[in-house]
Design a protein around this ligand. Structure first.
Ligand code: MF3
Ligand code: CO
Length: 248
């Protein structure tokens, strides 16, 4: 069942989303060669707690950290640890915040220092743009498949592939609510978008094939062909005035 939110509830989600967005900016600034992923994770956790938020990924289905940090061929759900970032790494940061009972969920991907290849730079750029192509379609009267198709078309049109095994999702009082928001699909299909729906749109894009496997830590999703991947995510509300990004 899709839970519609009132404007007041959406404002609460925006407060949660603001904290998350600032935490992601902090990590973007600090993603330098030599820093460990655990140091970045602690930085984000401290920041979120200092603003009164709860780092909601921590403990979610047993996930051990505040941030999912996924490097190069890791797509999502990488676990922070003693690995040091290196020049040219493609690093995604994905996290969720709970504030006053309301969740927000957002992700960014950055390249550490100078990119190793033109493809990496394009991968990050296309994935971020794909997110905005999806967001543009999040308007009352469209269907869910219009979002999915816009993301898929843009990504594939640029020679990359979209992940099938993980999707975006409804969000609000729970981190994962209905509907599921795939990054592939058909225009004009799926549920009708209504005022008050809040969803996380999150294209996960691979430079090569989209098939994944889960690493031995039980969490980290990696590309089977070891091509690099990128991930961007915003929590948005569908409103009378169009899509409203709550995690900026
Ligand atoms: N954006 C991720 C998702 O929607 C957040 C996962 S939190 C984790 O699945 F704890 F499960 F990693
Ligand atoms: Co999400």
């Amino acid at each position: 069942m899709i839970e519609l939110k009132t404007p007041e509830e959406i404002e609460k989600m925006r407060k949660s989303g603001k904290i998350l967005s600032l935490a992601l900016s902090l990590l973007r600034e600090n993603a330098r060669p030599g820093i460990t992923t655990l140091e970045l994770d602690r930085m984000a956790e401290e920041f979120i707690r200092s603003k009164g938020g709860i780092p909601a990924c921590k403990g979610y289905e047993g996930f051990p950290a505040t941030m999912c940090i996924s490097i190069n061929d890791e797509v999502v759900h990488g676990i922070p640890g003693n690995r040091k970032l290196e020049e040219g790494d493609v690093v995604s940061f994905d996290s969720c915040v709970l504030l006053d009972g309301w969740y927000s969920d957002s992700a960014i991907t950055v390249i550490v220092g100078k990119e190793k290849s033109e493809i990496d730079r394009k991968l990050v750029e296309v994935t971020e743009k794909a997110l905005y192509k999806g967001i543009e379609k999040a308007v009352i009267g469209n269907r869910l498949g219009d979002i999915s198709a816009a993301v898929q078309k843009f990504v594939e049109g640029n020679g990359f592939s979209v992940v099938r095994e993980y999707t975006g999702h409804g969000i609000g009082k729970h981190l994962h609510e209905d509907p599921s928001v795939p990054n592939y699909g058909k225009e004009g299909s799926g549920v009708l978008l209504k005022e008050g729906m809040t969803i996380a749109i999150e294209p996960m894009v691979c430079a090569g094939d989209y098939k994944l496997y889960t690493a031995s830590d039980g969490w980290t999703a990696r590309t089977l062909d070891h091509s690099n991947a990128a991930h961007f995510e915003h929590t948005i509300a569908i409103t009378r005035n169009g899509p409203d990004i709550l995690t900026k």
